[in-house]
Design a protein around this ligand. Structure first.
Ligand SMILES: C/C=C/C(=O)SCCNC(=O)CCNC(=O)[C@H](O)C(C)(C)COP(=O)(O)OP(=O)(O)OC[C@H]1O[C@@H](n2cnc3c(N)ncnc32)[C@H](O)[C@@H]1OP(=O)(O)O
Length: 257
């Protein structure tokens, strides 16, 4: 798989988009990403994923050059559906994905990062949905996810003007969890992942299932699922260990079961 580098180190899967010059999201890259997710799902040791871009950018979006090979409206619709399904899979993945954004996350690149669970950005990164500038519209769920993060007024402005915002502004709007200097990005993202991987895997998995209920606005179903999961988690060895460790004033030793 040439479009993505992949390695697992200390419970963290590193997925690095490697598709020069702009890390455009070609159909090959999207397929490779899906295959890597399959692989990660099989690897019970993985407790966090870091998604990043090699070279100058995180990703400049869908591969504009590939668009010229498509003809019918149904071909474009299928392309959008495939991207949407993959990003939906990421949003509902059982392991958290942290996007490390530098350079640019534009169009499909921003849409991909918005499907991730957390984003750390560099101050000068450009984040935007410039599709209208190309005479097209966002197709990988950008019209739906962007307002969830920045509110509808800012989403209208960003999509209709086509102008990107900086990493600094993305953080101030709540689109990013943290803004950092470019030379600190790798370290900051790893430190966040390290805070996740010391947790018990069943607790991570439950949270990953529960938070998406909040996004769909289905509060009643969400709290119902939360209560069931809360009941289940108390049957695990790690819950017993975590509570016991608190009482004994020591750090827990989780076994991920
Ligand atoms: C459903 C989803 C839809 C979409 O995502 S539509 C795509 C939305 N994205 C965009 O419109 C972004 C387009 N790209 C840019 O605005 C700029 O580029 C950048 C800001 C990312 C970088 O600007 P700079 O540093 O000046 O570099 P450069 O010379 O423009 O680009 C370097 C090379 O990268 C190719 N490239 C850039 N973006 C894409 C892309 N999205 N798809 C395919 N190729 C891309 C260029 O053509 C060029 O290539 P060469 O060196 O061969 O001329």
């Amino acid at each position: 798989m040439n479009t993505l580098d992949f390695e697992v180190v200390n419970h963290i899967a590193y997925l690095t988009i490697k598709s020069p010059p702009a890390n455009a999201l070609s159909s090959t890259l999207l397929r490779d990403l899906s295959t890597r997710l399959d692989q990660i799902e099989e690897d019970i040791s993985v407790k966090a994923i870091i998604l990043r871009g090699d070279g100058k950018f995180f990703s400049a979006g869908a591969d504009i050059k590939e668009f010229t090979s498509l003809q019918a409206a149904s071909d474009y619709e299928l392309l959008a559906k495939k991207g949407q399904e993959l990003f939906d899979r990421i949003e509902h993945f059982s392991v958290p994905v942290i996007a490390a954004i530098h350079g640019a996350a534009l169009g499909g690149g921003l849409e991909l990062s918005m499907a991730c669970h957390m984003r750390i950005v560099t101050e000068n990164a450009k984040l935007g949905l410039p599709e209208l500038t190309l005479g097209i519209i966002p197709g990988f769920a950008g019209t739906q996810r962007l307002p969830q993060y920045v509110g509808t007024a800012k989403a209208y402005e960003m999509i209709l003007s086509g102008e990107p915002i900086s990493g600094k502004e993305a953080y101030s709007l709540g689109l990013a969890n943290k803004v950092v200097d470019e030379d600190m990005l790798e370290q900051e993202v790893r430190q966040l992942a390290e805070k996740v991987i010391i947790k018990s895997k069943p607790t991570i998995n439950h949270v990953m299932q529960l938070i998406p209920f909040a996004k769909t606005g289905n509060f009643a179903s969400g709290v119902d699922a939360e209560a069931k999961a809360f009941g289940q988690i108390f049957g695990t060895d790690d819950a017993k260990e975590g509570v016991q460790a608190f009482v004994e004033k020591r750090k827990p030793n989780f076994q991920d079961k």
